[in-house]
Design a protein around this ligand. Sequence first.
Ligand SMILES: Cc1cc2nc3c(=O)[nH]c(=O)nc-3n(C[C@H](O)[C@H](O)[C@H](O)COP(=O)(O)O)c2cc1C
Length: 166
Amino acid sequence: MSIDAAQFRQVLGHFPTGVTVITATTAEGEPVGFTIGSFTSVSLDPPLVGFLPMVDSARWHAIRETGSFCVNVLGAQQDALCWQFAKSSIEHPFDGVEWHAAPATGSPIINGAIAWIDCTIEQVADAGDHHFVLGRVVALEHAPADSNPNALLFFKGGLGEFSRHG
Ligand SMILES: Cc1cc2nc3c(=O)[nH]c(=O)nc-3n(C[C@H](O)[C@H](O)[C@H](O)COP(=O)(O)O)c2cc1C
């Protein structure tokens, strides 16, 4: 049975995800980053996380060369950053974005992210038209509880935020 591409996207769009910007700093000192929804926790011992970039993504190639990456979990108020880091047409998505370097790898931590996970690239596996990137966590932190952080969510092609029902 062949699967229709539009239906695949539409059905998978009914699975909500958080929104991250995955970043690195190139050898030339330039920040690079792109929006990734396929981020997941993988293992506690050893501490591993993963995400799935398109094999032909220029930004993924730039990040891969650095050997490390930082996952920035976007907060509910950072919807504009989601689109800014998803458009290939925006050549310098870091313009106007405040960030500082992660302690271990130097990858950008975007101010206002509700959590960040700094990683070295452990393994890259083929996964159809994507790669599965396994990262070893070397440092991580979340926003203070008293700042009442809320998550940005992606669902059915649009953005929203988490609301607690139970
Ligand atoms: C909410 C959201 C989630 C995304 N998740 C992924 C993802 O998991 N993997 C991926 O390859 N692209 C994902 N994208 C698209 C990339 O952000 C986009 O293709 C990339 O920034 C383009 O970079 P390029 O110039 O290197 O191709 C997502 C986009 C959005 C808006």
